[in-house]
Design a protein around this ligand. Structure first.
Ligand SMILES: [Zn+2]
Length: 260
């Protein structure tokens, strides 16, 4: 019997440069979940990780975004110009990677990096940028690479989520409630050893039980039980986490994006 590929193609048009191309999509029924992690990430059994395909990238201008995020809505002229103006930087980030056809982990990660940069250029919510970094951390965890490597992306996700929740009037957090995001912030802080901050954020969740999704609350209570044992901060918390400037795009050029 012929096995149906989990990947299929969809005719798409880039909203920035109007190029028609075939984007990859995943048949979710063909993907098996082996394990669900406490930060909502998942381990997959097959070599095809659906996260490799969560971002569509235009082969011409390298505009990258989730399909339902920016490929199905009109983009304002100002943002189009900004994206095209930054083409050479996107090209530099993309390096040798080709985003059509099958993707491996490294190409999947690059597509998420490009999407993060494009969201910043389009001034989308920093929570969307955070979500890209979080997915990169999950891809690395799925490959059983070192925590040090995963940590770099968790730190970036934490910085962006924290910024979004502190500074944005209406952060774009998808279907999750704000308490779901507070839980994620607490979870990442805990993973990074920032237990005092983790306690602060988990407190916001536990104190608002009625407003929290049951599946989030369940995880939040487990984390709270774990954190209660820490009466003192285990590690100094870097104040820098909450001090990200809105228009500072310098990180695009400084980012070390090579994969060890
Ligand atoms: Zn394009």
């Amino acid at each position: 019997m012929t096995q149906i590929s989990p990947i299929f193609e969809k005719d798409t048009r880039c909203p920035i440069c109007q190029t028609d191309f075939k984007a990859q999509a995943i048949r979710s029924s063909r993907i098996k979940v082996l394990e669900k992690w406490d930060d909502f990430g998942r381990r997959y059994s097959e070599s095809v990780n659906p996260l490799f395909y969560s971002i569509w990238t235009c082969p011409k201008c390298l505009h990258s975004s989730g399909k339902d995020e920016d490929f199905t809505r009109a983009i304002i002229q100002e943002d189009k110009v900004k994206l095209l103006k930054h083409y050479k930087y996107l090209k530099r980030l993309a390096g040798k990677h080709v985003f059509s056809g099958e993707r491996d982990a490294e190409t999947g990660i690059k597509s998420l990096v490009l999407a993060a940069v494009c969201y910043r250029l389009k001034r989308r919510s920093r929570a969307m940028v955070a979500s890209c970094y979080m997915r990169i951390a999950w891809i690395i965890r799925n490959l059983d690479r070192s925590f040090e490597e995963e940590k770099r992306w968790l730190e970036r996700a934490l910085r962006e989520y924290t910024y979004a929740m502190k500074n944005e009037y209406s952060p774009e957090i998808g279907k999750l409630s704000e308490y779901g995001v507070f839980y994620i912030i607490a979870n990442i802080n805990h993973k990074l050893g920032n237990n005092e901050l983790a306690l602060d954020y988990i407190g916001k969740v536990i104190e608002n039980k009625k407003k929290v999704e049951p599946f989030v609350l369940k995880k939040a209570e487990l984390l709270y039980d774990d954190l209660k044992n820490y009466s003192k901060p285990v590690k100094e918390v870097k104040a820098a986490i909450s001090e990200v400037e809105e228009d500072d795009m310098g990180w695009i050029y400084d980012m070390d994006l090579t994969l060890e």
